[in-house]
Design a protein around this ligand. Structure first.
Ligand SMILES: [Zn+2]
Length: 312
């Protein structure tokens, strides 16, 4: 069955790119509502923005959604990943600024907030998007692909590969089934990262104004500049998978299939969704049977099997 939050979860912090202080409240929402944002600080229309692939403005650095009146919210991928990874299907996210708070640069503060208020099961079955045909997008820098699973009840599987010149990241690859709390256990605490050599260019472009060593892993050659080092030796590829789950969540329903990314990013994952929805017969909406529902990324996350990192 679908889930929402039992009560509202509140997050306060700073936008990574804007540097603006922001307060964000994830509120419960009725069955079949989906996830919507609402900007409470604007007076243009109702400020509502659907968390959906077709309103994404592509950007290499973050995911931004914009409604028909030009009201936008950006850097939504980490909270979207947390909602998908905790099995929250319906929520209204109120925010008083243009960018979601970055917090520690991962999804784990959102996961803790969501699980601390708890989930409420709703009286409607989960609908999912079953991938029926292989879709691929390529750019000069990489590619991303969605393909059918052997069985829909395999849920979402993900395979990701990255390669950076900096030896502190280097080449990393990881493949995971995202069933049964895997996101919370394996991916949710991995932080966003960047190269020291990119920081000046981002600042000059008015980005990363809220970036610090506390909310991003900064690497320079073979050195990790952020105090405390890495949370996982392959934290970078784990974070890319976290981002991919958050961007795939903009499909509007959980995806049943295999996602593969090779040096992929936000824009490529969004292009992949656009290509899938544009191709007749490439997908279908299914009502999940209990076995398929149990394989979704958020199934069972409230159990004791989730380690301390997520719920402490
Ligand atoms: Zn990210």
């Amino acid at each position: 069955m679908q889930n929402t939050l039992r009560s509202s979860a509140i997050f306060e912090g700073t936008g990574l790119h804007s540097g603006a202080a922001v307060r964000m409240i994830i509120r419960p929402a009725p069955a079949n509502h989906g996830v919507w944002f609402r900007r409470t600080d604007v007076e243009v229309g109702n400020g509502l923005i659907p968390a959906r692939w077709d309103v994404v403005e592509t950007s290499p650095l973050c995911t931004e959604i914009v409604n028909g009146e030009g009201v936008a919210v950006s850097t939504i991928e980490h909270v979207m990943a947390a909602l998908a990874g905790c099995g929250v299907h319906n929520a209204l996210i109120e925010i008083d600024g243009p960018e979601a708070p970055i917090l520690d640069g991962s999804s784990v503060p959102f996961v803790r907030g969501i699980l601390s208020v708890g989930l409420r099961r709703q009286n409607a079955r989960i609908r999912a998007i079953e991938v029926l045909d292989t879709i691929e997008v390529q750019t000069p820098s990489g590619w991303a692909r969605l393909s059918p699973s052997a069985e829909p009840s395999n849920g979402l599987e993900m395979s990701f590969e990255i390669e950076f010149a900096d030896a502190a990241i280097g080449r990393q690859e990881k493949r995971l089934s995202l069933a049964n709390g895997t996101f919370v256990r394996e991916l949710s605490d991995s932080r966003t990262f960047c190269r020291a050599s990119d920081v000046d260019a981002m600042r000059a472009a008015g980005k990363a104004l809220g970036g610090t060593f506390e909310n991003a892993v900064v690497v320079d050659g073979d050195k990790v500049l952020s105090p405390g080092g890495l949370r996982h030796a392959d934290e970078a590829v784990r974070h890319k998978m976290l981002d991919a789950l958050g961007d795939l969540a903009l499909a509007g329903a959980p995806i049943l299939g295999l996602y593969e990314g090779h040096k992929a990013g936000h824009a490529m994952t969004n292009a992949l969704l656009r290509a899938m929805f544009a191709k007749p017969g490439a997908w279908r909406l299914v009502t999940c049977d209990p076995m398929t529902a149990a394989s979704l990324p958020g199934a069972g996350v409230e159990s004791d099997e989730i380690p301390q990192v997520a719920v402490a």
